[in-house]
Design a protein around this ligand. Structure first.
Ligand code: F6R
Length: 608
């Protein structure tokens, strides 16, 4: 998704802008641009279709200025092109705007401005903002007031940074539905849409709230609302390691993040296991035992992989606490006028904490008086701030578009929640001990799976050319199959279907042939015999089978098998998923895909 960076201070802005944009590359984009201004006045602007490296090559050595803004664009209004790349200027080339989000009434505003004689140079919705702001500053209005006035005419979502060549002592930023974070330096200030662009320069940050603006100067900032009321913020400290933003010797961020999982799971568990009472200690829920006992249902909301992690979470909660639990895509929930119940606990799941559909679902629940917890990776993100309490994953920044370590940590977080709920209800101390011990064993067990990378890479290379793949699992295995299929299709573009193994004979068995291999989750649990019968049905139709299993099935039932260490049945899905991440990664590599930035996808979907 689009990225924003901005700098104001004593140094030249350009190196920071280019580096910051490169740090945001992982979000996915199709064009990039920068604008700077300085003491000599006037704007210097460069924008190109393509990569940040192409932009850097197009920026001449004399492109200098102490105040600047930059952008990576992911096309929504108008094709990827130099003209449609941000920043967008007004006719007099005084105002420059970078914008994330969508201005819904752009056509209407464009028509009015055109009738007034404004000439547009791009097809974007953003350009209306530059002209609207310019009209106000042209009348002698301060930049912040001009931005406020312009935003008052806009319907839609935005994160913006605005530069005025005639007021180079400030940048004005604003947020409504699309993140903006201010970075506080020593006599210099930064602005970005994502902390990853800032962490090399400062760890002190302020997240703007929806409906808030900021005037940012080299020596500080002031925040206020769209109706000019001053607001106050305490800066927070980003605790993510800087080396998380490098590939650290791995070929891709995705492979690095898959291999980081033993450590990220340890961090999710750290300080949260209570061995004395065989439960989990979760400080941030803001719910005491009595309130938790009153909960009759749990509803989990997330999008994409976060939704599938929620499905695993719902099973864990039901199994360990016997509270009915269900996961639903937040993107669907928010549009169906959901019934909000006082005795239901809602849980929003998000790695980025900025997914607009999930945020909108949280806001809808809260508006109706519901209670929402967040299971979120990014500290201080919009969803985390909106929730009544919750758990941070502490998985560290996830750079690759495809989610892996955050997915696994989300499931671990749900296991902790389920254990906590369970021990408040009827989960016995013995069962609590069983789960605590299994959670502690996970990091080493993940290491065991990762040690099989080479064998899985060979399998992936053998099957990457398939026209499609079927993923099947029963009950606990079904969300694993869904996540496995999602990972394969999103990074390798190989078609993948996920089905409950039990449903195969009710239709999709018709698809089975040597051309459509099946990845089958075959845990050694109470459903093993059923799963083996399904494998027999596939083999009887000459289907090829890759089994992800605890015990190798007979040769006649599976062509290949990846063995995974056994956990407790409730936690097995978590380990069964790891080989599927490696399978998807190596299939994508075999097909020479852009693994960390798959086509048509962005890391954080901050639009509707
Ligand atoms: C899948 C993937 C997406 C995200 C989804 C939610 O690998 O990356 O499906 O999981 O867009 O994102 P977050 O968790 O940031 O809300």
């Amino acid at each position: 998704m689009c990225g924003i960076v901005a700098y104001i201070g004593p140094k030249d802005a350009t190196p920071f802008l280019l580096e910051g944009l490169a740090r945001l590359e992982y979000r996915g984009y199709d064009s990039a641009g920068v604008a700077v201004t300085g003491r000599t006045g006037g704007l210097k602007v460069r924008k190109v279709k393509g990569r940040v490296a192409d932009l850097a090559a197009a920026v001449p050595a004399r492109f200098k200025g102490g105040t600047g803004i930059g952008h990576t664009r992911w096309a929504t209004h108008g094709v990827p092109s130099d003209a449609n790349a941000h920043p967008h200027l007004d006719g007099a080339e005084r105002i420059a705007v970078v914008h994330n989000g969508i201005i819904e009434n752009a056509d209407e505003l464009r028509a009015k401005l055109t009738a007034d004689g404004v000439v547009f140079r791009s097809e974007t919705d953003t350009e209306v903002l530059s002209h609207l702001i310019a009209a106000h500053v042209g009348e002698g209005v301060e930049l912040e007031d001009a931005v406020r006035a312009a935003l008052g005419r806009v319907v839609g979502t935005y994160g913006i940074a605005v530069l005025d060549a005639e007021q180079p002592d400030r940048i004005v930023a604003a947020r409504n539905g699309s993140p903006i974070v201010l970075g506080l330096g020593e006599k210099e200030m930064f602005v970005a849409s994502d902390v990853s662009a800032l962490v090399r320069y400062t760890r002190q940050v302020v997240h703007l709230e929806d409906g808030e603006l900021a005037t940012v100067r080299a020596d500080g900032f002031r925040t206020f609302t769209t109706d000019a009321r001053t607001t106050h913020h305490q800066p927070s400290t980003v605790d993510w390691e800087i080396d998380s933003y490098d590939t650290g010797g791995y070929e891709h961020f995705l492979l690095k993040e898959i291999h980081e999982q033993p450590g990220s799971v340890e961090r999710t568990l750290s300080g949260r296991l209570d061995e004395r009472f065989s439960t989990a200690h979760l400080g941030g829920l803001n719910l005491d035992a009595r309130e938790l006992r009153e909960i009759r249902r749990v509803k989990i909301l997330g999008c994409g992989s976060a939704y599938y992690a929620g499905e695993m979470g719902a099973q864990l909660i039901e199994e360990l606490s016997r509270i009915p639990a269900h996961s639903e895509p937040a993107s669907e929930f928010r549009y169906r006028n959901p019934v909000i119940e006082a005795d239901t606990l809602y849980i929003a799941v998000s790695q980025s904490g900025e997914t607009y559909d999930t945020l909108a679902a949280v806001q809808e629940i809260k508006r109706k008086g519901g209670r929402v917890l967040g299971v979120v990776n990014t500290v201080g993100s919009a969803i985390a701030r909106e929730c009544d309490g919750g758990m941070y994953l502490h998985a560290g920044p996830e750079i690759s578009v495809a989610s892996t370590k955050a997915f696994t940590s989300t499931v671990v977080a749900f296991a902790l929640l389920a254990l906590h709920f369970g021990r408040i209800h009827d989960l016995s101390p013995a069962d609590g001990r069983r789960i605590v011990a299994a959670l502690k064993a996970l990091p080493d067990q993940i290491r065991e799976v990762l040690a099989q990378t080479e064998a899985i890479a060979e399998l992936a290379a053998e099957y990457a050319g398939s026209a499609g793949m079927m993923f099947i699992g029963r009950v606990r295995g079904y969300p694993v199959a869904r996540e496995g299929a999602q990972k394969l299709k999103e990074i390798s573009y190989v078609h993948a279907e996920a089905y409950p193994a039990s449903e195969l004979k009710h239709g999709p068995l018709a698809l089975i042939s040597p051309e459509l291999p099946t990845v089958a989750l075959v845990p050694d649990d109470e459903l093993l015999d059923k799963n083996l019968t399904t494998l027999g049905e596939i083999k009887a139709r000459s289907g090829r089978v890759i089994a992800i299993a605890h015990r190798r099935p007979e040769d006649k039932l599976a062509d290949h098998c990846v063995l995974v260490p056994k956990s407790e049945p409730e936690l097995d899905p978590l380990l069964l998923n790891i080989p599927l991440q490696l399978l998807a990664y190596h299939a994508a590599v075999a097909l020479d895909r852009d693994v960390d930035k798959p086509r048509n996808l962005a890391k954080s979907v901050t639009v509707e």
